[in-house]
Ligand binder design. Structure first.
Ligand code: PGA
Length: 254
């Protein structure tokens, strides 16, 4: 299997336009050989797209952190996947644990969003992961399997080639507690080899990212695991020097 390493920075609700200018000034001239993507706040997408492509060329793509389950209409505050595609967005996250927990987005809604985003020509990074309580009760596999089966229901094999999976244990997100490489590899192995085949994926080709307190000093040991094809990174993606180190670690393996 050829590995296609992806480092995806999820900026969440952070960064001003000045911060973004400085970020890419520091990134310019850096050569990256792995996919190095960023999801800013929607309002900053055009700026990040322009500066990111100038700095990182075709290894860069700008993405959205979320999108609507509808193409247009009376959905105040939502962002349509059609409009995202229209301004050159390449992909969107769907089902980030903050969307699930804070905004009560369930598997059925996330399935609608995924289907629509794919139909509109966006790639989808579909996020799954268990809470600490679920892990302690031994329910990790059951939870992740349900999230994948319900969230990706009804998607054709042809469209699944545009879906990337992100395994992000909720207890590791923004906490500084990273899953050990073994914990992450076990979950990725389960997702790839026990779940994705029956959902319709070509399991050798699918990209599965790990997310949850990934930093420059733990990224290599995670990326060295057989079934980890990259990282979805929050906090450490905000600092250009750290994001650069993550992308360079990914570049070594591509
Ligand atoms: P973190 O966030 O790297 O700050 O833990 C990861 C994420 O939320 O995608």
């Amino acid at each position: 299997m050829t590995r296609k390493i992806h480092i995806v920075g999820n900026w969440k609700m952070n960064q001003t336009s000045n911060d973004i200018d400085s970020f890419f000034k520091e990134m310019s001239g850096v050569v990256v050989k792995c996919q190095s993507w960023i999801t800013p706040q929607s309002i900053h997408i055009p700026q990040v797209k322009k500066l990111g492509e100038d700095a990182l060329g075709n290894m860069f793509q700008v993405g959205a952190q979320n999108c609507s389950h509808k193409t247009s209409g009376a959905f105040t505050g939502d962002v349509s996947p059609t409009s995202l595609k229209d301004i050159g967005v390449g992909f969107t996250l769907v089902g980030h644990s903050e969307r699930r927990a804070i905004f009560n987005e369930g598997n059925q809604l996330l399935n609608q969003k995924t289907i629509l985003a794919l139909n509109e020509g966006l790639k989808v990074i579909f996020c799954v992961g268990e809470t600490l309580e679920e892990r302690e009760q031994g329910k990790t596999e059951e939870v992740v399997k349900t999230q994948l089966e319900e969230g990706l229901k009804g998607i054709s094999a042809g469209q699944l080639t545009d879906v990337i999976i992100a395994y992000e244990p909720v207890w590791a997100i923004g906490t500084g507690v990273t899953a050990t490489p073994k914990q992450a590899q076990d979950a990725h192995d389960f997702i790839r080899n026990k779940v994705l085949g029956s959902v319709g994926f070509k399991i050798d080709d699918v990209v599965i990212l790990y997310g949850g307190s990934v930093k420059p000093d733990n990224v290599e040991e995670l990326l060295n695991c057989t079934d980890i094809d990259g990282a979805l990174v929050g906090g450490a993606s905000l600092k250009p020097s750290d994001f650069m180190k993550l992308c360079q670690a990914g570049s070594k393996l591509n």
